[in-house]
Design a protein around this ligand. Structure first.
Ligand code: ADP
Ligand code: ASP
Ligand code: MG
Length: 399
């Protein structure tokens, strides 16, 4: 008998029919003798709808109030799923984040989980109940409701699995696993039966939205065995077949296994590039340019500084496209002070990244990637690398 956390995404919870299918699947696992905690997302489109309502009232919604609204989609989901299980004769109970002590910081709309009190959930599991907990939300020290950022139910599920020391966290979604790249964009993408935790972390943080990055961090920090699999298969398929389907995130480096050099390709469409021209090349340049950007709470991604010519240099960096106008405004405000001659921007750029632990032991991966891009006539604007990834910035029309 194992303790297993199931997470179901928006499409999986997209209609009452689908919720009944989720209940059938959950009931199957419970009937097999497992202790089950379920973490559902809001029904598909619901979080967007709620955020849209907020924006009709306030174009830049107050973050605390926005979380109050955005968190409600998940509350509907848990209630409906509990009812679908009760209707099948299963003993089930639903909770919001605050009812089971999911404590977060107060960074509304992107809060981080700090602790989870597992006592109530354990007592229910001991009593044989199926426990259903809202994804995406928590509560801060002052009792304010917070949300964990878009796609945050993945993180709720893995964090709950970590707190309960669950045997496995199963992330049910609308594709049957993690692919070499987004299968909705590239039809030739292949499903991976296993991926290392490090690779999954890079793919998620470089733009593959199949898992929220923080959920992968939790899986790594607490060694939670995590699997991504389909919620759209027959809910009554054999439990053994289901338990081995999808993609397992593994924590071992399989040196004896025939390992692909590149496991996956991630992309981020919505990037923007900013160049500050002709700044004096002296200590503190980077700080004086990026300091005001970070004070405005804007995250910077890739950075390059050119060789100086006649004591002047150019400095280029990227931000998310949402932050582009704001970042340009901030820099216009400090242009005189930093002594820049000009500020240029391009909000039509995208980032493509190749990821694979095999890069550690293989040379020539970067040159192969650059040759391929050159053969297609695609100009590379910026490059950044780590031990297991290469990212390039390109014109968005080539994405
Ligand atoms: P959920 O609502 O279940 O959380 P998401 O839409 O957040 O689902 O994530 C699943 C989607 O992630 C898939 O439909 C797919 O389009 C996308 N995706 C992006 N990159 C990948 C990848 N490498 N492998 C699988 N799916 C990917
Ligand atoms: N419902 C939230 C969102 O749409 C959380 C999630 O689905 O994971 O972002
Ligand atoms: Mg998601």
């Amino acid at each position: 008998m194992a303790l297993i956390v199931h997470k179901y995404g928006g499409t999986s919870m997209g209609s009452t029919e689908r919720i009944k299918n989720v209940a059938a699947r959950v009931a199957k696992w419970h009937d097999a003798g497992h202790r089950i905690v379920v973490v559902p997302s809001a029904m598909s489109g619901e979080t967007n709808r709620l955020i849209g309502l907020a924006k009709e009232i306030m174009s830049q919604p107050d973050p605390r109030e926005l979380d109050m609204i955005a968190s409600t989609g998940e509350q509907v989901s848990v209630g409906l799923l509990a009812m679908a299980l009760l209707a099948r004769g299963k003993d089930a109970v639903s909770y919001t984040g605050w009812q089971v002590g999911i404590k977060t910081d107060s960074a509304f709309t992107k809060a981080r989980i700090q602790s989870i009190d597992d006592s109530r959930v354990r007592a229910d599991l001991d009593a044989g109940k199926i426990v259903i907990i809202t994804g995406f939300q928590g509560v801060d020290d002052e009792g304010n409701i917070s949300t964990l950022g878009r796609g945050g139910s993945d993180t709720s599920a893995v964090a709950i699995a970590a707190a309960l020391k669950a045997d496995e966290c199963l992330i049910y979604t609308d594709v049957d696993g993690v692919y070499t790249t987004d299968p909705r964009v590239v039809s030739e993408a292949r499903r991976l039966s296993k991926i290392t935790f490090e690779e999954m972390l890079e793919l998620a943080s470089l733009g593959s939205k199949v898992l929220q990055t923080r959920s992968v961090e939790f899986a790594g920090n607490y060694r939670v065995p995590t699997r991504v699999l389909s919620s759209l298969t027959d809910p009554l398929m054999s439990l053994e077949e289901e338990a081995n389907s999808g993609t397992l995130i593994s924590f071992e480096e399989e040196s004896n296994m025939e390992q692909a050099v590149i496991s996956g390709i991630a992309f981020h469409r919505d990037e923007a590039k900013i160049t500050v021209l002709g700044v004096p090349d002296k200590p503190g340049v980077a700080f004086h340019i990026l300091g005001p950007i970070s004070e405005a709470n804007i995250e910077v991604d890739m950075i390059i500084q050119n060789q100086s010519v006649d004591g002047k240099t150019d400095f280029t960096f990227t931000v998310s496209r949402n932050d582009y106008q704001r970042a340009m405004g901030v820099l216009e405000g400090v242009k005189e002070e930093i002594g820049a001659s000009k500020i240029l921007g391009d909000a039509k750029v995208s980032k493509v990244s190749a990821v694979g632990v095999g890069m550690r032991s293989h040379v020539g991966v970067a040159s192969k990637m650059f040759r391929t891009l050159s053969e297609e006539g695609i100009n590379i604007m910026m490059i950044s690398t780590s031990e297991i990834k290469i990212s390039v910035l390109i014109d968005e029309k080539y994405m």
